[in-house]
Every structure is written in C-alpha cells, then in structure tokens.
Design a protein around this ligand. Structure first.
Ligand code: FAD
Length: 469
C-alpha cells in the first residue's frame, strides 16, 4: 500500500527521515504539498519564496522518478481524499513545533488515526526535540547559555544522502498547477527585484553551506556583526523551508571546528539559537503572539500600525541612516542582517515606543526567511518582553552601533540613495521595488529623524520608570 508523504517545511530530498521511513515502509510514495489555511495565510515575501521552493522541489522529485502533488484545502480533508484516490495505508510527515502547526497536526493525526490509518510524524526540522532538553529539575530552559551547555556535547545523527529513486505509484493522483496558486500575487516586487537575492532549493543551499565552510566561517566570530560584509552563511531562508537539514549544517560546523576554524563554535551556537527559539515556542506557545513576560501587558505601547512613525519605519524614512538602510535591505532582498534586525527592532520598540507585534507582523510580510519561532523570539528579545531578553533599559544607540559595525558606511551607502550624489545601484533598486503609492523618489531630501537618538532614549527610559519597571 502507498505512503503519502505530506511535505511542509521540509522541502528537500536528502537527510529527510520521513521520506526515508516512507520508502522503507515498502510500496509507492506519494509526495504532496497542501496549500492549507496556514500556508495560504503567509506574508507576501515568504509565500512567494515558498512558490520558488516548490517549483524546485517538483523538479528534483521528477529527477528521482517521482512527482510533487499539489492540493489546496483543509489538510485533513485533502489527505483523506488522497488516501481514497491512491489506496494509501499511511501518511508520514516531518514534525513542526510552532503552536499553529501543532494544533493543525494534532487534529490531522487524530482524524487519520480514527480512519484506521498509520499517521506518523518524524524528526527533521530540528537537532533536538524541544521536550528532550530538560533542566536538572525536569523543567525547560528560559535562558540560552545553559541551554547551549546542555546540548553542545550531544550526538547528532549524520546527515543521509538523497535516495536515488523514489518508488512511484502506477497512476498519479491529479495535481493543481503551481502557477494557478499564484503564490507571488501579493509580492509585486518579486520577480524583478527580489529574485536575484534568493538562493532557492536544496542544491543552492548545499552550495551555500560549502562556500561558507570554505571561506567566511573562519572569520565568522568577528565578521558576523558587520552588515556591510558577507560574513554570515545566508542559510536562514533555506533552513526556514527545510531546503537543507540543520543536521547537515551542524555536522559541517563540527568538522570546521575539528579543523580549527576559529568561527565554527560561534556559528554552531547560532544554530542552537534557532533550536532555543523552538524550545521556547514549544514550552510557552504564547511567545509567538503575546508578551512572554506578562508584566508588559500593561505597558502603553503604541499599537496604531498606521501611525506616521510606523509608516516612516516601514518605508525606511526614519531619518536614522542605519535603521533606514536595514528596512530597505529587507524590502528589496527579503533579508536583513542580524545586527540590523536588532537595531531596527530596538528603534521601533524603544525610541518609537511601538508594540513589538507591529514589527513582528511587518517582518512576517517581508522576510523570505520568515520563521514563526525565531521571529517571535527575536522581537521579544529586542523589546525586553521575552525570556533571556536584552534588559529593557538597554536602548541600542543606532549611531554608535553604526560607528562600530559599519565604520566605513558601506552598508548605509549600499541602501540609502537620497544622501548621496552618486547613489549605488542597490540603493536605487529600492525605488524600483516600492509601490508608487508610497510617493517616494530617490531625488527626495533625506528626512530629519522622526525621533532623535537621544530624545528617544530619554523618552523610553521615562516611560519604563513611570510604569514602575
Ligand atoms: P548565520 O549567522 O549564518 O547563522 C546560521 C543560522 O543560525 C541561521 O541561518 C539561523 O537559522 C540561525 N540563527 C542565527 N542567528 C539566530 C538568532 N538570533 N535566532 C534564531 N536563529 C538564529 N531568523 C530567521 O530565520 N527567521 C526570522 O523570521 C527571524 N526573525 C528575526 C527577528 C528579529 C527581530 C531578530 C533580532 C532576529 C531574527 N532572526 C530570524 C534571527 C537572525 O537574524 C537570522 O536567523 C539571521 O540573520 C540569518 O542570517 P544567516 O542565515 O546568514 O545566519
């Protein structure tokens, strides 16, 4: 009897335990991606990026003698239909850990089991199952460093290569056409502006890992904080969709460490930040939507997403060059450097006193590496409302940050046009990307700060004090 392989954020063929198990079960394998309400509801950029990934995966499956079946609708109903059409006896998938996916998967599993089917979830998205990392008293970790200490020496299974052939059914069920889904519909800047910045699919991801291990990893410890330099792996967009397994990354990092490459341990620690984000999302699901520290519920954040300060922030027109460069980088490329993420998040939540959820939602719409757990943890870390967060009274100063991490102004020059007589091409590409309705031109004057660096800091500290923090 056939096995249905329900693909979600595991869009690869190598090191894929659910696929390996489906093949080992014997019988044909029917890979399916379901455009369910969760994927339907993705932000513009991640949804567009998902479409690119599905196109790539479809080709890889065909090369292995298989196909990617595309269906749309409620996942339980779609899977039941496919079971009826193919006579399958089992449905396998890779586990997800964010609260919305967990709720969906729990319902699907119960429904399929009630039908008498084998319904099995497998590891694949993480190095360590979130419940398998426990404190001495059996609780979960709320602070990163002890979490890292608890996992650093753990064994991680070596990555497996992709199966040469995937057994196909005699007849394939019908599939939607990917183009009909129009996953890029809301992403009007997609094909012309954002595409060149993406590295789509399994092969590209492995190439990226290899290139990083061959060069930048050695200097990662020093270079990773410099947004003007290509000092990081860029793998987050691939990891977010599972185009590469984190186990493969982990083993590559371990090898680099054995070879004495200086930045390797720091990089492994970053992979574990991703694990930590899922550890937190699993144990405290409210982190994705609500203040982790509940004392923040009473804080008078500005929650008006149409406030002129919010608009200026989104459009990269705050008048603070480091902040604006970063917001434009994200709009054009679908990515933003980690140091820059911290600075724009601090500026929004502290200088502008806007709710972190406004920033979280804009990132969700714009990032091709959008990840529900890392995005939520990142925002709450910056706002001060999260576990192991930066202290609320630590207000990043974007000017001193710029002097330290972008000393030559490379990053700001790359993304800001107005302040320069001869703007760079990338800076001009921002004006190609933005909607006309924003009414911006590269010939505009660069704005004065909407809230000055010193003034904003004083205002934030005053607001915290008045709330008794
Ligand atoms: P590298 O430096 O090469 O690191 C390797 C991998 O480790 C990354 O690909 C990523 O998977 C993981 N990683 C690195 N730093 C972090 C971190 N701080 N938290 C969790 N995982 C990390 N990352 C996302 O993948 N998706 C998001 O939606 C996201 N939103 C964020 C929002 C905010 C406000 C902040 C401060 C951070 C956010 N991050 C997010 C984390 C981080 O900025 C990105 O993972 C990183 O910039 C990706 O670049 P890279 O792949 O070159 O990373």
């Amino acid at each position: 009897k056939a096995t249905i392989l329900w693909l979600r954020r595991d869009l690869r063929l190598s090191d894929h335990p659910a696929l390996v198990a489906a093949i080992a079960r014997g019988g044909p394998v029917v890979p399916v991606f379901i455009l369910d309400p969760l994927s339907e509801g993705l932000g513009a950029a991640p949804k567009w990026r998902l479409g690119l990934s599905l196109a790539d995966l479809g080709k890889r499956l065909e090369a292995a003698g298989s196909r990617l079946i595309l269906r749309r609708g409620d996942p339980l109903q779609v899977l039941r239909d496919l079971v009826a059409e193919t006579g399958a006896g089992a449905v396998y998938w890779s586990r997800a850990y964010d609260p919305d996916s967990v709720a969906r998967d729990t319902r699907v599993k119960a429904g399929l089991k009630a039908d008498g089917l084998e319904a099995e979830s497998h590891v694949g998205h993480l190095l360590f199952e979130p419940w398998s990392v426990e404190t001495k008293t059996g609780g979960f970790y709320k602070v990163y460093t002890p979490f890292w200490t608890a996992v650093r020496e753990r064994g991680v299974p070596a990555p497996e290569s992709a199966p040469a052939r995937i057994p196909a059914p005699e007849a394939w069920p019908v599939s939607d056409a990917l183009d009909d889904w129009q996953l890029g519909r809301a992403m009007n800047r997609g094909a012309n502006v954002c595409l060149p910045w993406q590295r789509v699919g399994e092969e590209a991801a492995q190439g990226r890992l290899g290139a990083f291990m061959g060069a930048a990893i050695a200097g990662y410890g020093e270079q990773r904080d410099m947004p003007g330099v290509e000092g990081t792996s860029g793998l987050s967009e691939n990891l977010a969709l599972g185009e590469i397994s984190v186990r493969r990354c982990w083993h590559a990092g371990q090898r680099a460490m054995d070879e004495g490459k200086a930045g390797a341990e720091t990089w492994l620690k970053e992979l574990v930040w991703r694990e930590f984000a899922y550890h937190l999302a699993w144990h405290t699901p409210r982190i994705v939507s609500d203040n982790w520290r509940q004392e923040w519920a009473a804080f008078p954040w500005n929650e008006d997403k149409d406030h002129p300060h919010v608009i200026a922030w989104k459009q990269g027109r705050t008048g603070i060059p480091f902040v604006d460069a970063a917001m434009r980088e994200m709009y054009v490329t679908g990515r933003m450097h980690n140091r820059a993420r911290m600075i724009v998040a601090s500026y929004l939540t502290k200088h502008l006193l806007c709710h972190w959820r406004i920033g979280q939602a804009w990132f969700e719409d714009c990032l091709t590496d959008w990840d529900p757990a890392s995005n939520a943890m990142g925002w709450q870390w910056c706002a001060g409302s999260g576990p192991d967060a930066t202290p609320y009274f630590r207000v990043f100063n974007p000017e001193t940050q710029a002097a330290k991490f972008d000393p030559e102004g490379t990053y700001r020059r790359r993304w800001i046009a107005e302040a320069y007589r001869q703007p760079s091409e990338t800076a001009l590409s921002y004006f190609e990307a933005i909607p006309r309705s924003w009414g911006l031109s590269a010939r505009d004057d660069y704005p004065d700060p909407v809230v000055g660096v010193t003034e904003g800091r004083a205002r934030a500290l005053d607001a915290y004090e008045r709330r008794g923090f």
